[in-house]
Design a protein around this ligand. Structure first.
Ligand code: PMT
Length: 400
């Protein structure tokens, strides 16, 4: 079942970062319902929070009673986790002392679910004995903490008290939501993104892969405790938390980086690798000629998936490939699985208009050990979670 959190946004300058947090959580397929304190509404608007979370936003006890089918007790227990971000010194003090004078503190007092706190405040406020005492109290009560970080503050001072980066808060949240780490001790090698095959110093041959599917898989495997090496072609994506990323440009670089990352227990080739490169890359920019356009001679690139599948004693125990097709999905995918020698294959239809390249959703035809399954259209994060869980099940002691 989809994880759900209630995000309580406190009134501090760092409140704007909660918007990015909501975006990242939803990308991980975690449902978010938000509560803003009165002062938070001066920093972020309920409308933008609602737009990003895709769920009703609550600001006051009374409005909750009027607008919603849920009362505050039900709301406080409707999620798997309550997250307070940013948690100001004032909000921490009210939590530690059991206040229930607004919707946020009432929910925190009424909940029977775990609570995560992401503090953000001026360094002197953070270091003040009153705040430290409140933190001790909340820690002793079992609250989880994400940060704060040390660094330069909006007020110009330097030290601890800065809100942690949203990516790190998401990781802390996932550690609480998904404490089970069945891939601990496993090394997963993942390729993602496109390759760029240079024509000359200013031009290259590439494709539409954004890296989203491969990065989501890296994130899901790391969440299940795996050590993840992500060999990535050029993308605009940030490296997922707890993942080691190796940046490459061409297919030949990608193969070399994969070899360097071995041994691995599992290899997942989600990259859209260029099948061909130029026989000769020009060292200077090619100039337009007056006569005919240039003829580009191509040679075949190494096949990384096939190479890993047939790498003898260093072959990963489980090799997973993808197939990007625009027609005859099942037939082509089955032939590709056979030809490349991988164990599992995830086929997707990348025809223009499907929105798979660069989009947030995908529809997979899964060719497993013995059977083929059609998965419905799902967020890429959910596909990644499903795949990571299947891998974990394959490696679980009971399945041996
Ligand atoms: O990156 P996104 O925008 O999120 O889009 C996701 C995706 C469509 C790129 C992804 O889901 C996907 O399908 N990746 C594989 C793309 C691809 O190159 O497919 P292919 O059918 O051409 O190759 C089959 C398999 O061989 C793939 O696992 C590929 O990584 C691998 N391959 C291909 C050529 C090559 N020289 N070396 C390889 O390892």
């Amino acid at each position: 079942m989809r994880a759900r959190i209630i995000l309580i946004i406190g009134g501090g300058i760092a409140a704007y970062k909660s918007l990015e947090l909501i975006r990242l959580l939803r990308k991980r397929d975690i449902a978010v319902e938000c509560v803003l304190t009165e002062s938070a509404t001066h920093f972020v608007t309920p409308l933008s929070v609602q737009g990003l979370s895709g769920a009703p936003v609550h600001t006051a006890l009374l409005s909750l009673a009027e607008d919603s089918q849920m009362d505050h007790i039900a709301l406080s227990r409707s999620a798997d986790l309550l997250v307070v971000c940013p948690a100001t010194a004032n909000l921490l003090a009210r939590m530690a002392n059991g206040f229930a004078d607004d919707l946020a503190t009432t929910l925190l007092l009424a909940t029977d679910k775990p609570v995560m706190i992401a503090p953000a405040m001026n360094v002197r406020m953070w270091q003040h004995p009153a705040t430290q005492e409140n933190l001790r109290t909340l820690r002793e009560r079992g609250c989880h903490f994400a940060g704060p970080d040390e660094g330069e503050m909006a007020c110009g001072e330097f030290g601890p008290g800065r809100l942690s980066e949203p990516e790190s808060i998401v990781t802390a949240i996932e550690d609480v939501l998904f404490p089970h780490k069945p891939l601990t001790g496993r090394h997963v090698l993942i390729t993602a993104g496109p390759t760029h095959e240079p024509i000359d110093p200013v031009r290259f041959i590439a494709n539409h892969s954004s890296g989203k599917q491969g990065y989501a898989i890296a994130s899901a495997c790391a969440r299940l405790g795996a050590r993840v090496t992500l060999v990535s072609g050029p993308t605009a994506l940030p490296c997922p938390d707890k993942v080691i990323r190796v940046d490459v440009t061409t297919a030949c670089d990608m193969l070399a980086a994969c070899h360097a990352a071995l041994p691995a227990d599992i290899a997942i080739c989600a990259a859209a690798v260029g099948d061909w490169r130029l026989a000769e890359t020009a060292t200077q920019k090619r100039k337009k000629q007056n006569d005919a356009p240039p003829v580009l001679t191509l040679v075949e690139n190494p096949d990384i998936l096939a190479t890993l599948s047939r790498s003898g004693p260093s072959r990963p125990t489980l090799v997973v490939g993808f197939a990007a097709e625009t027609e005859k999905l099942e037939t082509h995918a089955a032939a590709k699985k056979q030809r490349k020698g991988c164990d599992w294959l995830l086929a997707n239809d990348v025809s223009p208009g499907n929105g798979v390249f660069g989009g947030d959703h995908n529809r997979i035809l899964f060719l497993g050990d013995e059977s083929t399954e059609s998965w419905p259209s799902l967020p890429k994060a959910e596909i990644a979670t499903t795949l990571a869980e299947r891998i974990a099940a394959r490696f679980s002691p009971s399945s041996r």
